[in-house]
Design a binder for this molecule. Structure first.
Ligand SMILES: C[S@@+](CC[C@H](N)C(=O)[O-])C[C@H]1O[C@@H](n2cnc3c(N)ncnc32)[C@H](O)[C@@H]1O
Length: 189
């Protein structure tokens, strides 16, 4: 069943059963120290949110309180993905390390985009970060298989590998020197 809870997430999370959530995707204010105002398509409604904190400490405290509750809501097999950018990534990373543990950092997705401008001194921002932490080592991960790209050498992928006497990984060949085939790779579903 899908449900949308509206309001400050710190209050809404109190309504969620502990250890009941599989996956959290968090797209919090980024610590840009700006106020954002958006309008709907018809320009009849205005939405705004404030991303002004005044100090690293204020921002860290806001997120820390909420990420602690998120940790409690996650199942032992659950994970969190946190979206941020260069403004607050160092703060978010240290909170996640503390709450989830450095060992449960799984990986980082780099969300890259292109912008062209010569008006800014220095390098233009061209990516955002999405940190992936699991609650425990025993996290659930549903692998999605896609079709091989046209440039993939499937013959090479299907060749069985073995180890030589120096424990180096090599292609396995039969007595006639022909490549042995390994298990069939999973197909795109
Ligand atoms: C970086 S924006 C994410 C926008 C969103 N992903 C979207 O595509 O519309 C941060 C969002 O967090 C919301 N927000 C800020 N403080 C919040 C809080 N305490 N509880 C819930 N949402 C909050 C803001 O209103 C804003 O929409």
């Amino acid at each position: 069943m899908n449900k949308i809870l509206k309001g400050d997430c710190i209050e809404q999370m109190e309504l969620i059963e502990k250890k009941s959530i599989d996956l959290i995707y968090l797209d919090p204010p980024f610590f840009t120290e700006k106020k954002y105002t958006l309008q709907n398509r018809e320009r009849t409604k205005e939405f705004s949110f404030d991303d002004i904190w005044g100090s690293n400490k204020e921002y860290a405290s806001f997120l820390n309180d909420r990420i602690l509750l998120m940790y409690d809501c996650l199942k032992e097999t659950g994970s969190i993905f946190v979206h941020c950018d260069k403004s607050g990534e160092h703060i978010i990373r240290s909170i996640l390390d503390k709450v989830f543990g450095e060992k449960n950092f799984q990986s980082e997705i780099i969300w890259s985009y292109k912008r062209w401008s010569n008006s800014k001194k220095g390098l233009l921002p061209a990516h955002q970060n999405i940190y992936f932490y699991s609650k425990t080592k025993n996290f659930k991960f549903n692998t999605i298989y896609t079709a091989y790209s046209e440039t993939t050498n499937i013959d090479q992928i299907l060749q069985r590998r073995t180890r030589d006497k120096h424990n180096k990984s090599i292609y396995d060949i039969d007595e006639k020197g022909r490549a042995k085939l390994g298990d069939k790779k999973r197909e795109f579903r």
